[in-house]
Every structure is written in C-alpha cells, then in structure tokens.
Write a protein that binds this ligand. Structure first.
Ligand code: GUN
Ligand code: FE
Length: 425
C-alpha cells in the first residue's frame, strides 16, 4: 500500500466561510486517498516515513474551472477591447495557431508545467476546435499531473471563416473522432464544449445535447458575460426569453454543466442555474480586463447556487489561482460599493473555499481534506515574508493569498501522486 504522511500546519475549508487549521498536524493518504488529519499520528503509522514540511502550510490545491489553453500565448496582452471585438482581434487568431501540432506541443507542455507549479491540479479547460491539438493538450496535462476535463471547442458559425471555423459536419465528425481517441487518458476526460451560443448553429447544439445524454458527458460553455453578447443571443434565438434557455432547449443544462461568467444573469436565470444544479464559474480578472462587468457572486451564494472560480486565461491575465481568489474578493467589494453597500463581500475563507473545495466538488470531492478524497494538496512557504509577531494559520493563509511570492508553492500532490517539488532542480 502506498502511504503519504505530510506534517505541517494544515489548513482547509470544510464549508463556505469556515477554515479548519491544525498546527503540527499530520495529513495521511493511503493508496492516494485521504484517510485522516491527526494531531497525534495513530500508532499503526509508527515508523512510516513522514514528509516534514516544517512550519509551512499544507492546503488543498486549486481547481480552475474555466480557462482557455490556446489563449496561453496571449496571456497578459490585448485586453483593450470588449468581448466580441476581443475575440475577433485577439482570441481567434491566437487559437488558429493550434493547427500546428509542434506549436501545440511546445505551448501546452509549458502551460501544464506552469499550472502545476502554481498548485492548480484540477481544471475544466477549453482547447481550440482542433482535434489533434486537443489530444496533445490532454497528453501534456496528464503527464504533468493536471486532472479534470478538457473540451475540443465546437464553433460552426459567426467565428473566423477560413481561419477558425468548422462546418457543422466537420464539427460533428471531429467531435466523435476526438471522443474515440480519449479512451486512453486516465485522469483527463472529455467535456463537450460549444464555445457559446453565437458560435454554434442550432443543429450543432442539438447534436451536442444528444451526445451529452447518450454518453453521460459533462458540458461547459459561456453565459451572460457581456451585454452585446446577450443582445446577439436574443436576435439569434427570438424564441428564448433568456440566454440560458438556448442551452436548456438542446439538453445542455443539468448538474454536469459548467457556465463561465454569468455576470448579467438576473434572478430568473440564477434560479434556473440553482434548480438544475449548474455550476457558475466566476472569473473576476477576465470580467474586469475586458470590461464585462462585476458578477453578483455574493448574491448567487446567498441564493444557493454552486459557484467556483476560474482564471479564464487569457481574458484573465493570471493563471495563478492565489491571484484569482484575491480578485474575487475585490470584485465582491466592488459589487458592494455598486449596490449601495447592500450586499456583503466575500471573506478570505469564503473565497478560499470557492477556489478549492467548491471547484473540487464538481469532480465529486467532499470539501477540504475530507477522508475518501483523492489527495490534492500543496505546501505553501511564507517564511520569506516578515514575521514580526506570531500569526494564526488563517492570517497566514490570507497573507499568502494577497502577498503570494513566486516560489511560495513548494510541493504539489495530485490524485495522490506528488507532481511537483521545488526542492529538486
Ligand atoms: N465567449 C466565447 N468565447 C470566449 C472566450 O474565449 N473568452 C471569453 N472570456 N468569453 C468567450
Ligand atoms: Fe472563457
């Protein structure tokens, strides 16, 4: 039996707003699954090797529930246009490069390594429309230790004809070819990915909805991100009073659906998400960078929606989820100021829950370091920051979120396996 025992200051979010912490605690995983967190190591483990993390924090690793792998080459650039113009000017030409498999291999290997170094071990990720590059992406993620879902993007209209657009037939055929080729992956699985309603014909949406049902596949897309996008959806689907109905109409709306943004989703649309068990992915950096708006995340949580966080690179400018957690707090404060101080903001404990436990829930994990969960964890060192007086574990976590240092993540475990150590060259 494989045994992992980590010793250090263990901090996790067992529920929204709560942080559990234990100094000099032991986190034990057997055969890759957590079996317990202990102040005193049980007798049956005496003599077993212990990884002593000293005073470092041991926390669950991050789940990034929305990011675009083929936008990694434009990370930190071109954020001077609103969504629809930004797609045409920057995103589509950048994604078009992934017809080249050598280029895809180089970029995706680097992306996968960078995700792991930043402690992101679970993702729901968009690829481009290219089937073979999507398979390369899945290979590179699996090799690096990033787990979760990846989608070959479907886009058969209103995209970039001749550059980045499929015919409906191609889109259907390539989706089936891609799914056939996904069987060999163990930790990275396919997720159907209609880019968003404007870029898919009704026939394609219907095909994907049927496929999702027949094969039990999860679905990811974008929803109510930007007001021009929403006007466009209304024109394209005059029979749908609300944007979400364009997905629901085709069977793309259930508890295995992930919808990014939802900045402008009103009470009705939010109720539709809650009732169906759709997961909302809040992408605060992206929403600010391309001026989409400020999502009412606190209200969504109060209403009982499932909310997780996404970097949404490259609308988002950071794949580092520490930054994404901090941005979600800032966005909630902006929302509070906009709402006449009526809504509460996210606390650090709440935002930390969203970036870790809430995202992990989509993959079937229980919150925090619950027994039974596959071990997804990281070690954070903050000894480089000033320590003029003793801090609680919660204070240290808060400071790690806001003042993260480039080498703060010292080690990472994913699905029970150590996938990163900063101590090795
Ligand atoms: N909506 C459709 N495609 C995209 C994309 O690539 N990024 C974002 N932020 N929104 C989208
Ligand atoms: Fe996106």
């Amino acid at each position: 039996m494989a045994l992992t025992i980590l010793k250090g200051t263990i901090v996790s979010a067992p529920s929204l707003g709560r942080l559990d912490s234990m100094e000099d605690g032991f986190l034990v995983a057997e055969d890759g699954r957590i079996t317990g967190v202990y102040l005193v190591l049980p007798e049956r483990f005496s003599g077993a090797p212990v990884t002593d993390c000293g005073g470092d924090l041991i926390v669950p690793s991050f789940a990034d529930l929305h990011l675009h792998a083929p936008q990694y080459p434009m990370l930190g650039m071109g954020m001077d246009l609103p969504l629809l113009e930004w797609l045409e000017a920057y995103a589509f030409p950048t994604e078009a490069r992934f017809a080249d498999l050598d280029y895809a291999r180089t970029v995706y290997r680097r992306l996968a390594a960078e995700l792991i170094r930043h402690g992101t071990t679970r993702v729901c990720m968009f690829s481009s429309l290219h089937t073979d590059a999507t398979l390369v992406l899945m290979e590179e993620l699996e090799r690096a230790g990033v787990t979760g879902y990846v989608g070959k993007v479907n886009m058969d209209r209103n995209s970039a004809p001749g550059l980045l657009e499929e015919t409906t037939e191609q889109s259907k055929r390539e989706t089936l070819r891609w799914l056939d080729a996904c069987g060999d992956f163990r930790r990275v699985h396919p997720m159907l990915t209609p880019r968003f309603t404007p870029s898919c014909t009704n026939g394609l949406l219907a095909f994907l909805g049927k496929l999702a049902k027949e094969r039990g596949l999860p679905v990811q897309s974008h929803l109510s991100e930007n007001s021009a996008e929403m006007d466009w959806v209304r024109q394209l689907h005059p029979d749908c009073a609300q944007y979400w109905q364009t997905y629901a109409k085709y069977g793309l709306w259930n508890d295995r659906t992930v919808m990014a943004h939802c900045v402008w989703s009103d009470e009705r649309e939010r109720a539709a998400m809650r009732d169906a068990g759709v997961t909302v992915v809040h992408c605060a950096n992206s929403n600010q960078n391309i001026c989409s708006g400020v999502a009412p995340v606190r209200v969504m949580l109060d209403e009982g929606l499932q909310v997780a966080l996404g970097s949404d690179i490259a609308g988002g400018d950071q794949l580092d989820m520490f930054d994404v957690v901090a941005s979600s707090i800032r966005a909630s404060k902006a929302r509070r100021m906009m709402d006449g101080w009526q809504t509460a903001f996210l606390t650090v404990a709440e935002a930390w829950f969203l970036g870790t436990s809430a995202g992990a829930a989509f993959f079937g994990a229980k919150p925090g370091f619950a027994p039974g969960n596959p071990l997804h964890a990281m070690v954070i060192r903050d000894s480089g920051l000033p320590q003029p007086h003793p801090l609680t574990a919660a204070q240290r976590l808060e400071r790690a979120v806001y003042r993260r240092q480039s080498d703060a993540v010292r080690a990472v475990w994913s699905e029970g396996r150590q996938v990163f150590s900063a101590e090795q060259p």
